[in-house]
Design a protein around this ligand. Structure first.
Ligand SMILES: [Fe+2]
Length: 226
């Protein structure tokens, strides 16, 4: 336990030092470096993840997908009494490398290597690796199971909102999400089995899971622009 704690501190320190070197190359005033250092230290896990998203993701729709997954993760963490900030950061980071690694043989494996280099813990890196079945990482922790459960579903809920006359997330009804899941032609890129298996893996009835995830995303409707 103590060893794990020390490793986490060392990882964080490494990430801080990499970020400082990036923001303040040699020659920059010492007090400015100190200010940046302090700022980085007080940044939350979520703030740090946002910086990475802004660095790697330019597509607005992909960013919104990550915001939606992050918020669903945050709300589930609150429900389960887990670390909200950490879970939201995992939701935010799960697809951060999609634009630079848009194929299954690279995403999220190469992205996870980048996160490791930046000092992210094995727990976070493993959760991100486990959201893709083909990586071979079994989903073990509650955080890993939740990430898988909300990922495809978040995209499906957004697709359901886009066909509403108002295009508003708040107008999406859980019953209509369930009905649309049975229509193969609707949002055909979204894997229904992943949604069903995700809820089952979490041990939450499908409709309850849809309702919970939908309400989480409705909570950031302004940020989603819908
Ligand atoms: Fe995703």
């Amino acid at each position: 336990m103590i060893l794990r704690f020390l490793i986490e501190i060392a990882s964080t320190a490494k990430a801080v030092s990499q970020m400082i070197s990036f923001l303040c190359p040699k020659g920059v005033n010492r007090s400015l470096r100190l200010c940046v250092q302090l700022l980085f230290i007080i940044m939350t896990e979520y703030d740090k993840a946002i910086e990475i998203v802004h660095e790697f993701v330019k597509n607005e729709n992909l960013r919104k997908h990550m915001y939606a997954v992050a918020e669903a993760m945050r709300q589930y963490a609150r429900k389960y009494g887990e670390d909200e900030d950490k879970w939201a950061a995992v939701g935010l980071l799960h697809d951060f490398d999609w634009e630079i690694h848009p194929t299954a043989d690279e995403h999220p494996i190469k992205g996870s290597a980048i996160l490791k280099e930046r000092g992210y813990s094995d727990e976070i890196v493993r959760a991100i690796l486990s959201h893709a079945d083909y990586t071979g990482f079994e989903r073990i922790s509650l955080m890993e199971k939740t990430l898988f459960a909300v990922d495809e579903l978040s995209g499906f809920i957004v697709a359901c909102a886009l066909v509403q006359p108002t295009k508003k997330l708040a107008d999406v009804k859980t019953e209509s999400v369930v009905k649309k899941m049975k229509k193969k032609e609707f949002a055909r890129n979204v894997n229904r089995d992943d949604i069903i298996n995700g809820a089952a893996g979490l041990g939450v009835p499908l409709e309850e899971h849809i309702e919970f995830t939908k309400n989480a995303i409705v909570g950031i409707a302004d940020k989603m622009g819908m």
